[in-house]
Write a protein that binds this ligand. Structure first.
Ligand code: 13P
Length: 249
């Protein structure tokens, strides 16, 4: 049976106490869930949430990391620090980082390679703005983000990579791509991957959809052949919405 990867990106929300409370509820309510489930709290809550998640199948994720292992990089958090806390996956190249903090493909690629080097699974986010979509640049934008983001990643390491398609215009807006539109972009991402790594390897890559995923639209999205999971923002902040998303079937 196909297994889906459902990840919650808590973004810049929740104090340590609030994060612990949510993680405890999720641990309880998602026990035995058949999907691969991950939560990505803020850096400040990682250690406390790691403690709560001990003995649970919910994986711990981070929302970003610095591009160097260590050194004089004020304000950055390193891959070694994340690994030390038991972080299994890291969200990289999220559109909020690309757009608000001007992270480019080369920087994202550096982080992807560093995460892989240390055994942390990168979740490489890609996505187009509304303007890019409307001006016919969708495939060029997505193709570049995938190719540049994965530069230097060999076929063996590709297994550890998740690609998350998050159309910028669908994030936090309540506008979801239709399952058909999302699936078409996922199919295109797989085509780009097949060009880089061959059909077989491309087929095995998990491609998540993100952008206003909710309990009432998750099943239709996951039913599409090229959609292998969800990267959930707003709806991951409450058990009432995240639990039914993770238990959509
Ligand atoms: P929303 O689910 O709030 O639209 O956010 C999606 C997202 O950016 C997840 O990384």
């Amino acid at each position: 049976m196909r297994s889906y990867f459902i990840a919650g990106n808590w973004k810049m929300h929740k104090t340590v106490a609030e994060s612990v409370a949510l993680a405890k509820e999720l641990k309880d309510k998602l026990a035995g869930c058949s999907e691969k489930v991950l939560v990505a709290p803020a850096f400040t809550s990682l250690a406390a949430v790691a403690e709560v998640l001990k003995g649970s199948s919910i994986l711990l994720g981070a929302q970003n990391m610095g591009p160097e292992e260590q050194g004089a990089h004020t304000g950055e958090v390193s891959v070694l620090m994340l690994k030390d806390l038991g972080v299994k996956a890291v969200i990289l190249g999220h559109s909020e980082r690309r757009h608000s903090y001007l992270e480019g493909d080369a920087l994202v690629n550096k982080k992807v390679l560093l995460a892989l080097k240390h055994g942390i699974e990168p979740i490489l986010c890609v996505g187009e703005t509304l303007e890019e979509r409307e001006s016919g640049k969708l495939e060029a934008v997505i193709g570049t983000q995938v190719r540049e983001g994965l530069k230097g990643v060999d076929e063996g390491s590709l297994k550890a990579v998740t690609v998350a398609y998050e159309p910028v215009w669908a994030i936090g807006t309540g506008k979801t791509a239709t399952p058909e539109d999302a699936d078409a972009v996922h199919a295109y991402i797989r085509k780009v991957l097949a060009g880089l790594y061959g059909e077989q390897a491309a087929k095995a890559v998990c491609i998540q959809y993100g952008g206003s995923v909710k309990p009432d639209n998750v099943a239709a999205l996951m039913a599409k052949p090229n959609i292998d999971g969800a990267l959930v923002g707003g709806a991951s902040l409450k058990t009432e919405s995240f639990v039914p998303i993770a238990r959509f079937r």
